[in-house]
Structures are given as structure tokens and as C-alpha cells.
Design a protein around this ligand. Structure first.
Ligand code: ATP
Ligand code: MG
Length: 429
């Protein structure tokens, strides 16, 4: 079916299957993805597409083999040849989690034949009620009918077959027809994807992950902007139980759906907190702890080649999150601290946590390391010289170096693959 011009185009595409036209089944169910910002990226576009294709493969590696075809205008077709419809539906669900995809459509793929298209479109409206509209567009302008002629032809047939009235503005049902190079896609509904950019496109960062509501949402936001993230959790061990670790583990496993291949580092922080307390931190305890967490994170980030730290801070949400305190936190490290939730209300953050599936886990009870030694009054205007003084007395830089060697590495996978934790001292360092 494809001529020489098409072949040239194909050979340039990344990880692309051969022309889909040759062996097509009538009405094969497959998945059509609409991309967003990726379309705008000019000369880097090929790189972005390759990244996205790789991410799609990782996110579906436990499913039946897929074929990915990049089409023009920010469209990707993912096929699962020979699969049952339910398997393709599962594939579509899975693809709603891949960053960079704006819409996921389950589509039927049919030959570029007006009658075959019409038959499928009529089928797709069986059992529907209310008004309908047909929207047609052509990515291949050589198709014998114009978009509006095709829509009118198919619309008339649906009206004849099912007696449904046409309504172009705000119809109850919409049939979409997209004429592509080798075939036509017929579909009715779409699921919204994550949007944003493919994970990995913007580099790497380390998320400070508590068991709370905010940090998982912060992680999701940064992944959505193309960062591949690792996670660092401080437990109150040995003075608390392991509950907060289980929570952090479950949260990362949930977030792993959006990036695949997540690493969680867990540092027992109880003794360090006690040391801060004995060096007279008093009202500064909370901010001093957070600075030590950040310093430790910075050492680890260096090992992991992460270019930024991410926290779930929101301005004024708790007394430790004043502008002055955050400035004092920035002073603790050289790396930039990204705070994607800075301007969000708690309710907005909770709504987002519910959408990404982390809220219920975050709401489980645990013993947070930070409440362990919280003073009765928390300083809301921590002064940097005072904090530096405390850190000098206890050699915070050396402590941070040491704490990283005590980290345990876990690999929580959304596919539930079991991984034994390893001690970081034996691996990355
Ligand atoms: P969260 O809901 O994320 O716990 P929070 O509103 O409870 O945030 P804080 O406890 O002040 O606020 O923590 C602010 C940020 O500091 C967290 O979002 C997280 O990035 C980091 N953080 C706090 N505690 C820990 C911890 N135990 N381990 C790792 N990071 C932490
Ligand atoms: Mg917290």
C-alpha cells in the first residue's frame, strides 16, 4: 500500500513497525495516543519521541508485545497484534499513566474504503441514545472525500441505521474518523492522559519523601515535567517502628506507574535527630533536622547524578514552612530545591493526591520521624547563623556523609516484582 515517499518517511521514524496497511484485520482494536507539548519541540522532536516510545515499552513490559508507530501531528498508534479486545483495553488504561500523553483513544482501524469506514462507524453507535455528530479529519489529504463529505456520508448512514438525530453542537455522542496514511481510525471515546513531558527528558532529581500527603504529589508534578526521580525517606528508626518505611514504600510503588524503575533510599534518622537535640537546637530542632535531611540528600544526589532536590513544602502550610524558614533551608545546600506545591492550598493538594492514587496510603497512621523530638514551640523565623552554629558543633557535613552510607535501597515496582533491599554502602558508594 505504501509508495516510495511513505517508505522514506518510515525509515526515518523511531522504533517503527512496517507499514500497517499490508496485513490489516478489518476493525482491529488498537490505541491512538495524542501528544501535547511534544509536538512543539522542533528539532529535538525525534529525541522526545524516542524517549516516549521507550517509556511506553517499559510501562507495558508485562503485557503482550506491542508495535508502536509514530504518525505526524503528535499521534502515536500502539497495536497489540492478535490480542483480544480486553487486552487492548488494559493496554489503553496503562497508557493513560505515561507522562507526555494527553489523550488515549481506543480505536478501530480500517482500510481506506468509505464503505468499510461507514460500516464500522454505524456499528460503533449501536445501542446508543440521544443525539450524535461525526467529526472527520484527514492526515492524508489524498483521500477521495473531503473531511466534511466523509462526515456527512457517515452521519447519514448512522441516522438511517439507528434513527439517531444529528446535532453538531454539544451532541450526546461523537464519532471520530481520522484518515491516516494507510488506514482510517474510527472511535468514540477518549480517556485523558497525564499530559506533561516524557519522564527522563528534563534530567534527574531526588525527592525527599515523607509518608505524608504532600511529597508524593510533589513527585508526580515533577515527573510530569519530565524529571526522572529517585526517592529518599528518613525514618525515625531506631526510635520508631518501620511503619513510615512501609508507607514510603507503598507510595513509591504507586508513583512508579508514572515512571517505571523507581528507587527508594531509606535512612534511619533517629540517632541524628537525638544528636541535634543534645547539641541544644531547642526551638530550631525542626528546621535543623530539615537542613540535615537536605544535606544528606545532597550527598546522595551527587552519587545519583541528580541535579535538584524536590520537597512537598507549601508556603505557610505548617509553622515550619514560613518564607524565612524556607530561605534558611535553601542555605543548607548548593543544589536547587524544587517546591512544586509552593502556591497550592491543602485541599488542592489532597484532590491531586486522590487522583494519582496516593491519598489513602498517606492517610494511614504512622510515627513520623519529625514529630519524635518536636519542641513545644517551633521557630517560625529561623536565623541562618544560629543554625550554622549548631551544625558546626556536631559536624553536620560529616554526619550527612555518614547517613548516606546507612541508607537501604529498595526498588518498589508497580508490577509488584519483589526486590530485596540492599545497603547503599555496599552498592552505589
Ligand atoms: P508531607 O505531607 O510531604 O509530609 P508536610 O506538610 O508534613 O509534608 P513537613 O513535615 O514540614 O510538611 O515536610 C515538608 C517536606 O519535607 C516534605 O514534603 C518532604 O519533602 C520533606 N520531609 C519531611 N519529612 C521527611 C521524611 N521523614 N523523609 C523525607 N523527607 C521528609
Ligand atoms: Mg510530613
Amino acid at each position: 500500500m505504501s509508495g516510495t515517499a511513505d517508505s522514506a518517511e518510515l525509515s526515518q521514524a523511531t522504533a517503527v513497525e512496517q507499514s500497517a496497511g499490508a496485513t490489516q484485520t478489518l476493525g482491529e482494536l488498537c490505541v491512538l495516543l495524542k501528544l501535547g507539548e511534544i509536538v512543539l519541540k522542533g528539532s529535538n522532536r525525534k529525541l522526545f519521541e524516542r524517549r516516549l516510545h521507550n517509556n511506553i515499552r517499559s510501562a507495558t513490559r508485562d503485557l503482550r508485545e506491542i508495535r508502536i508507530t509514530q504518525r505526524g501531528e503528535g499521534v502515536i498508534i500502539v497495536r497489540m497484534p492478535e490480542a483480544a479486545d480486553d487486552e487492548v483495553r488494559q493496554l489503553a488504561e496503562r497508557l493513560t499513566q505515561v507522562m507526555g500523553v494527553v489523550w488515549v483513544h481506543l480505536v478501530r482501524r480500517v482500510a481506506k474504503d468509505v464503505e468499510a469506514v461507514t460500516e464500522l462507524a454505524v456499528d460503533s453507535m449501536a445501542g446508543r441514545h440521544g443525539t450524535f455528530a461525526v467529526r472527520a479529519r484527514r492526515r492524508d489529504k489524498r483521500f477521495p472525500l473531503s473531511s466534511s463529505e466523509l462526515a456527512a456520508h457517515v452521519g447519514a448512514a448512522i441516522n438511517r441505521a439507528h434513527g439517531l438525530p444529528v446535532r453538531l453542537k454539544h451532541p450526546d455522542n461523537t464519532v471520530y474518523l481520522e484518515v491516516d496514511r494507510d488506514e482510517v481510525f474510527v472511535f468514540t471515546e477518549g480517556m485523558s492522559g497525564q499530559g506533561g513531558l516524557p519522564v527522563g527528558m528534563s534530567g534527574r532529581a531526588l525527592v525527599l519523601m515523607s509518608g505524608g500527603i504532600d511529597s508524593p504529589v510533589a513527585a508526580h508534578r515533577m515527573m510530569r515535567r519530565g524529571l526522572k526521580v529517585d526517592f529518599l525517606h528518613f525514618s525515625g528508626m531506631p526510635f520508631t517502628g518501620p511503619d513510615s518505611i512501609y508507607k514510603a514504600y507503598s507510595l513509591v510503588r504507586e508513583l512508579d506507574r508514572f515512571q517505571v524503575g523507581s528507587r527508594l533510599f531509606v535512612v534511619p534518622f533517629g540517632k541524628a535527630q537525638q544528636q541535634l537535640k543534645t547539641s541544644g537546637s531547642e526551638r530550631l530542632q525542626v528546621v535543623a533536622q530539615r537542613r540535615l535531611m537536605l544535606k544528606t540528600a545532597e550527598v546522595l544526589a551527587d552519587d545519583l547524578k541528580a541535579q535538584a532536590l524536590v520537597t512537598g513544602d507549601a508556603l505557610g502550610q505548617v509553622s515550619s514552612q514560613t518564607l524565612t524558614n524556607m530561605t534558611a533551608l535553601d542555605d543548607a545546600v548548593d543544589l536547587p530545591i524544587l517546591r512544586p506545591l509552593i502556591g497550592m492550598d491543602k485541599q488542592e493538594i489532597m484532590d491531586q493526591a486522590r487522583r494519582i492514587g496516593t491519598l489513602a496510603i498517606s492517610e494511614l497512621p504512622d510515627e513520623d520521624c519529625c514529630t519524635l523530638l518536636t519542641p513545644r514551640q517551633v521557630e517560625t523565623a529561623a536565623q541562618v547563623p544560629d543554625l550554622r552554629q549548631i551544625e558546626k558543633r556536631m559536624d553536620a557535613a560529616e554526619m550527612a556523609e555518614h547517613l548516606v552510607t546507612t541508607a537501604q535501597l529498595h526498588k518498589p515496582s508497580f508490577l509488584g516484582e519483589a526486590n530485596e533491599p540492599t545497603l547503599v554502602a555496599n552498592t552505589t558508594r
